[in-house]
Every structure is written in structure tokens, then in C-alpha cells.
Design a protein around this ligand. Sequence first.
Ligand code: RP5
Length: 164
Amino acid sequence: MAGVQVAILMGSSSDWEVMQQAARQLQDFGVGHEARAISAHRTPDLLDEYVRDAERRGVKCFIAGAGGAAHLAGVIAAKTTLPVLGVPMPSKHLQGLDSLLSIVQMPKGIPVATFAIGDAGAANAALFAVAMFAVTDAELAKRLAAFRAKQAEAVKATRLPGLA
Ligand code: RP5
């Protein structure tokens, strides 16, 4: 899918190590995306401009990763009706539980789809975006089915080591 379909945002460049899992997954599926560090509290005006511009450019969903009092996904969701997929970052003091609760506990009316803390959440947010696009894109649906089949084969081929 050409053009930027998915905007990956994160509150800080320190989130990139985790959030690149989302970018990698989208790249593997050939889904156009871009990634930016924009903070809801440090650069609120820039976030506002970015979301408006992304909508104008035809972006179809946002993946937002943030940690601590993680309001990035919720603020994006407040500014757009496009789907927002939130990824809680592991945090120093509370290991990401703060991020998870901040993102998942959106009050009624402004939804944010929330994924697992860390790498799995970032990758799964991208896979979820792929699944959404695959509803109307047969080629992408085929690639997603092949990805699942390959994953299943890897599990079936697993042989556990003997007793230590
Ligand atoms: C959040 O604060 C960011 O999303 C990040 O997870 C966390 C720490 O940011 P830095 O202090 O590393 O910039 O806003």
C-alpha cells in the first residue's frame, strides 16, 4: 500500500527502540508509514498540527506509543475520528503498568485500542492495522494469512531440548 497509511507517533525518541517493532512489521507487509516523536505535553501545538495534516494527507490510522502518564494516544483520539492504536511503553519505575492504565482507561466516547506493554504491543498494533486494511485489500489479506501460516509452522516444528 503506497503512500503513508499509518502514522506511528511516540512521546519521546527514547520510545523508538520499542516502537520500531511497529515500523518493521508494517515494512514487512509493504504498508506505507512514517514515524515521528511528538509529545502530547512537551509539544502540544505540534501534535495538533501533525494530526490535522496527517488527516489531510490521507493517513488512515495512528499508532501511538507513550510511557508514564501516557496521554498521547488519548489526545490524538480526541482530535481525530481515525482509529488510534495505543502502545504502552515499559517505564522505569512502574514497568509500564502506569502507561498501560493511562492508555487503556479512556473515558466513554473517545476510544483508544490498547495493546500489550512493549515490543509485543508495538508489533501487534501494526498487525492490527494490517488486519484492518486487509478487510478491503485482498492482496494484503493473503500476506496476512501467509504470515499466520508461517508462524504456525514454526511452532509445530519446535523441538524442546532434553532435560538439563
Ligand atoms: C513519555 O515519557 C514518553 O513517551 C516516554 O516513554 C517517557 C520518557 O520520556 P523521556 O524522558 O525519555 O523523553 O512522554
